[in-house]
Design a protein around this ligand. Structure first.
Ligand code: PRP
Ligand code: URA
Length: 209
């Protein structure tokens, strides 16, 4: 499918395996999520446009590329997406940060919105939406709906683990959005958790239960 990119880098795969391990504690889990976000950001931003500027080195003047055009906005889906923010800011420290608060209803598994705030104006920015888990796809679709309703156009979605059901639903709703996925897992269980997955990402990042 067009606009879907799976991360094959061994460092990303290795770190995802460590995330899955139920013995990985909060501190290490948090660090791994941030490190994976750096590596995925490196892949996801390889198409950012550049332009040549003139720079005076100690030896001579040269024309050399810098990132041009649209500025970046980072939008984590709360809570778990917060774990990826610092990784992306390591790469693009000047990015603005928005927040979309969504929580899945335990019975319907559909997201309920509790907070949304985006940097303004959003229209001209490249927007990286962050959430480690793409399960049914409900949260991802709602978040991108919200961003588009507020004028966002150039959107990338970064998830660490996805279920086939989530990929399908997201791509069907937003075929124009570039989806970067760390690993495609087997399926969802009856409670809409990703299998084999890593459990509840928010609880593992924040040490809640
Ligand atoms: C998790 C996860 C995603 C969502 C994915 O969040 O971080 O946002 O579920 O599931 P979906 O694709 O079926 O919508 P959750 O609602 O558990 O909230 P939390 O991050 O605050 O724990
Ligand atoms: N949210 C999570 O944190 N984990 C899953 O497996 C599914 C949704």
């Amino acid at each position: 499918m067009e606009n879907i990119f799976y991360m094959e880098h061994p460092l990303i795969q290795h770190k995802i395996s460590m995330l899955r391990d139920k013995r990985t504690g909060t501190n290490e889990f948090r660090k791994l999520v941030e490190e994976i976000a750096v590596l995925m950001g490196y892949e996801a931003f390889r198409d950012l446009p550049v332009e040549a500027v003139e720079v005076q080195t100690p030896l001579e003047t040269c024309k050399t590329p810098v990132i041009s055009g649209k500025k970046l906005a980072v939008v984590p889906i709360l809570r778990a997406g917060l774990g990826m923010v610092n990784g992306i800011l390591t790469l693009v420290p000047s990015a603005k940060v928005g927040h979309i608060g969504l929580c899945r209803n335990h019975e319907t598994h559909e997201p309920e919105e509790y907070y949304c705030k985006l940097p303004s104006p959003i229209e001209e920015r490249t927007i990286a939406v962050l959430d480690p888990m793409l399960a049914t796809g409900g949260s991802a679709v709602s978040a991108v709906n919200f961003i588009k309703e507020h004028g966002g156009k150039h959107i990338k979605f970064l998830c660490i683990i996805a279920a086939p059901e989530g990929i399908e639903r997201f791509h069907h709703a937003h075929p124009d959005v570039q989806l970067y996925c760390g690993c495609l897992d087997r399926c969802l269980n009856e409670e809409a958790y990703i299998c084999p997955g890593l459990g509840d990402a928010g609880d593992r990042i924040f040490g809640t239960k």
